[in-house]
Design a protein around this ligand. Structure first.
Ligand code: ICE
Length: 479
């Protein structure tokens, strides 16, 4: 069946929200709209405000956005989860930032470092403990290039002066020690943590190192965290185009890359949400141009490659066309194999902010259709971009509650749900194929040429798995 008309979608939204007390329904209604790509006021979905107490949200916190997302993947630094042990421990290794190197020698991504606050640290302050922790790290891991201090909630609450500790320790240890005030209570989601993390890079790291060699083809790959090897897949394309990728922000990235990135000719940003801040900073401070691109699925890959090449000379443009030509048989092969199995399958998504929008094209390349889309913590600029990628009437839900997502799924009957681990088993119990679109369900990469084949295979094994044959979705025997 065709996607619902805007009126049908609005009726569905009203029906689902009618279960709430009127005040809640009114507040939530602002976050859920039928898509109107040609709307005169832009996308009207309200976003980036506090989740309602009492209804379940799947958002993370500022600490998650800084430590988990932006800083954590920088591999040759030690990132201290500063505060009580739980934040670091329970988020340990939950984001799949692949990285090369030797664990504990020049790569610390897989570790959990914590200052392990006790009651006495809360009462008397933990600055001394933090300084001691930094010194211990320098002794135990002499090849660590720097330290970041990722503040958990209590640090801001008790008013510890981590700036002073960082300054003194940095001098004493002769390496960057970066204080990041990403206490979880700040802001309304992990999104503020991205911003705080970018600001810390801006203030302490950016532009602090010069490079000896520069070429007209130097670019930085920004906002790719190498989930399941994504950044490597993206880098291969850029190198095939003749570009020199001098920095990966921050998947499989190093401190030196961040320090010396200001020399690049162009910043290429994949995750706009989490790193647009550093791009605008570099533009203001160093005049570095930046552009958004999308390496999910052939259509967007080819479009993005040409857009990137347009910033460079004919040599790059020719190499780009040659690369596109060389990818085409592979794209065709993947599409020929999987499209017949996935054609007209309908998908609902709920991911952080960027991926719902960036994966639309990849699904469409496989003949699939997005019938509902939502973000946990996107801002208005994300929704405006997302809206343009979708047809009229597709339901858009911002920071939805578990109830809302389930009820929309019951009514829209998608063939596939793509969201996070907290949602996964709910939909499995509804006999709905599911893919975890944060961790790629421990698969990947999904970016780039290689990634498209993995993406297509994974959607196929989710939807067409014989596992589902013995199940009946609750609505199919509603009678
Ligand atoms: Fe960007 Mo999960 Fe990455 Fe995006 Fe961001 Fe998060 Fe990852 Fe998700 C992320 S950086 S951790 S692409 S915070 S999958 S916005 S929610 S959609």
């Amino acid at each position: 069946p065709p996607v619902q008309t805007p009126a049908q979608t609005q009726a569905m939204i009203d029906e689902v929200l009618s279960a709430y007390p009127p005040k809640v329904a009114k507040a939530r209604a602002k976050h859920i709209k039928p898509n109107d790509p040609e709307g005169s006021k832009g996308c009207e979905v309200k976003s980036n405000i506090k989740s309602r107490p009492g209804v379940m949200t799947i958002r993370g916190c500022a600490y998650a956005g800084s430590k988990g997302v932006v800083w954590g993947p920088i591999k040759d630094m030690v990132h201290i989860s500063h505060g009580p042990v739980g934040c670091g421990q329970y988020s340990w290794a939950s984001r799949r930032n692949y990285s090369r190197g030797t664990c504990g020698v020049d790569n610390f991504v897989t570790f959990q470092f914590t200052s392990d606050f006790q009651e006495r640290d809360i009462v008397f302050g933990g600055d001394k403990k933090l300084a001691a922790t930094c010194k211990e790290i320098a002794e135990l891991f002499p090849l660590a290039k720097g330290i970041s201090i990722q503040s958990e909630c209590p640090i801001g609450l008790i008013g510890d002066d981590i700036d002073a500790v960082a300054r003194a320790t940095s001098k004493e240890l002769d390496m960057p020690v970066v204080p990041v005030k990403c206490e979880g209570f700040r802001g309304v989601s992990q999104s503020l943590g991205h911003h705080v993390a970018n600001d810390a890079i801006r203030d302490i790291v950016l532009g602090t190192r010069e490079t000896t060699k520069q070429t007209p083809y130097d670019v930085a790959l920004i906002g790719d965290y190498n989930i399941g090897g994504d950044a490597w897949a993206s880098r291969r394309i850029l190198e095939n185009m003749g570009l020199r990728v001098v920095a990966q922000w921050s998947g499989d990235g190093t401190l030196n890359e961040l320090c010396s990135s200001h020399h690049v000719k162009l910043n290429l940003i994949h995750c706009y949400r989490s790193m647009n801040y550093i791009c605008t900073t570099m533009e203001e401070r160093f005049g570095t141009p930046w552009m958004e691109f999308n390496f999910f699925g052939p259509t967007k890959i080819v479009e993005s490659m040409r857009k990137i090449a347009s910033y460079f000379d004919d040599a790059i443009k020719e190499k780009t066309e040659a690369a596109i030509k060389s990818y085409q048989p592979f794209f065709d092969q993947v599409i020929n194999e999987y499209r017949p199995r996935l054609e007209s399958k309908r998908v609902m998504l709920l991911v952080g902010a960027l991926r719902p929008r960036h994966t639309i094209g990849a699904y469409e390349d496989l003949g699939m259709e997005i019938i509902g889309i939502g973000c946990e913590f996107a801002h208005k600029d994300d929704y405006t971009r997302t809206s343009l990628e979708l047809g009229e009437g597709v339901v858009l839900y911002d920071d939805p509650t578990a109830y809302e997502l389930e009820e929309f799924a019951r009514r829209l009957k998608p063939d596939l749900m793509g969201a996070g681990v907290k949602e996964k088993y709910v939909f499995h119990k509804m006999a709905l194929p599911f893919r975890q679109m944060h961790s790629w369900d421990y698969s990947g990469p999904y970016h780039g040429v290689d990634g498209f084949a993995v993406f297509a295979r994974d959607m196929d094994i989710a939807i067409n798995s014989p596992t589902w044959n013995p199940f009946q979705a609750p609505w199919s025997n509603a009678a």
